[in-house]
Design a protein around this ligand. Structure first.
Ligand code: TYM
Length: 333
């Protein structure tokens, strides 16, 4: 079976609805038909210089949320990036094949380094996408389910795979495809519905965290920014706020947008928000119960992660050995 790889950074206590709808729901669906590896990318999280105790805690919390969403550790490999040192090793090889200018053109790097300034920007932030490419290529991954914001990083990964194949022979690396589901590839901020929902959002009311108090979540939905019209219609250009609410509603209920438009024809924004708040809260309550159950037993969680790391490392070791060999590194006898 073809392989899938994806990951999220443990950079906040809770994942948000963008992470869930853009990526995590796809992960759960795809594990039925692929061999999947789902990773908590703690090495990537070091680029925001987290407090050590907080990083450790968030690593477990992120894993617990994967499980709560339905990632099945009996079927898929759930692990922590730093438990498999091959990720960092392959990143070095790939960094020697990545252009300085090429890495500098990554828009996420440009955004972040623009915010941090030259002194605040680390080399780790610059090479972040190279480590991400290593994550993917290390498992001969066919498909990478992510949100829209990762598209450019996936392109870089594909370019690197092709470059290795051109230089060291076909089959050195497998060229992966992005799996980006259009409808939910970009969930927007509730307060600023033209910007993506993001952990680093300026206004906390714009994001829905999966582990937030349901009362707070409901309030945030009811106060989502909309527009001065009254018509409930899916028009992302003219009505980004309403379109975003319809997208979330549709994704969480599996009802398509035209059906929802018809149902809310002639009704007010208040009705839509009230109903959506209920939909979200009904989804969050059992999700939070499951996540909290996993978090209540960190030893069991660590067992799951240890088992995942062992299975991941078996696969990673074989790929790294092949690439080291093709690259011309003398192998130890
Ligand atoms: P991260 O941790 O920022 O986000 C995790 C996943 O959530 C998706 N996402 C969204 N989708 C829809 N709407 C949004 N508003 C939204 N915000 C985030 C992201 O696209 C992502 O799929 N670089 C990656 C982590 C990573 C990775 C990898 C991913 C490291 N190595 C290898 C795939 C494969 C990141 O920062 O994701």
């Amino acid at each position: 079976r073809a392989r899938i790889f994806s990951g999220m950074q443990p950079t906040s206590d809770s994942l948000h609805l963008g992470n869930y709808l853009g990526a995590l729901t796809q992960w759960v669906a795809l594990q039925e038909s692929y061999d999947a590896l789902y990773c908590v990318v703690d090495l990537h999280a070091l680029t925001v210089s987290p407090d050590p105790a907080v990083l450790r805690d968030r690593t477990r919390r992120t894993a617990a949320q994967y499980l709560a969403a339905g990632v099945d550790p009996a079927r898929s490999i759930l692990f922590v990036q730093s438990h498999v040192p091959e990720h960092a090793e392959l990143a070095w090889i790939l960094s020697c094949h990545t252009g300085f200018g090429e890495a500098g053109r990554m828009t996420q790097f440009k955004d972040k380094s623009g915010r941090y300034g030259a002194e605040g920007t680390t080399v780790g932030l610059f090479t972040y996408p190279v480590l991400m490419a290593a994550d993917i290529l290390l498992y001969d991954t066919a498909l990478v389910p992510v949100g829209e914001d990762q598209r450019q990083h996936l392109e870089l990964t594909r370019d690197l795979a092709q470059r290795l194949n051109a230089r060291f022979g076909a089959g050195t690396a497998i060229v992966p495809e992005a799996h980006i589901v259009r409808a939910t590839a970009k969930i927007y901020d509730l307060q600023e519905p033209t910007a993506k929902m993001s952990k680093s959002s300026a206004n906390p009311n714009g994001i829905i965290e999966l582990l937030d108090d349901p009362k707070v979540v409901a309030k945030r939905i009811r106060s989502a920014v909309t527009d001065a019209e009254r018509e409930i219609r899916f028009d992302p250009e003219a009505k980004p706020g309403i379109a975003n609410l319809l997208t979330i509603y549709s994704a969480l209920t599996n009802r398509d947008v035209p059906t929802l438009e018809a149902e809310y024809a002639g009704r007010g924004y208040g009705d839509l928000k009230k109903d959506l708040a209920e939909v979200v809260v009904d989804f969050l309550r059992p999700f939070q119960e499951r996540a909290n159950a996993y978090l209540a037993d960190p030893a069991a969680l660590d067992d799951v992660l240890a088992d995942g790391a062992e299975r991941a490392q078996d696969l990673a070791g074989a790929t790294l050995e092949r690439i080291y060999d093709r690259t011309g590194l003398l192998r130890r006898r």
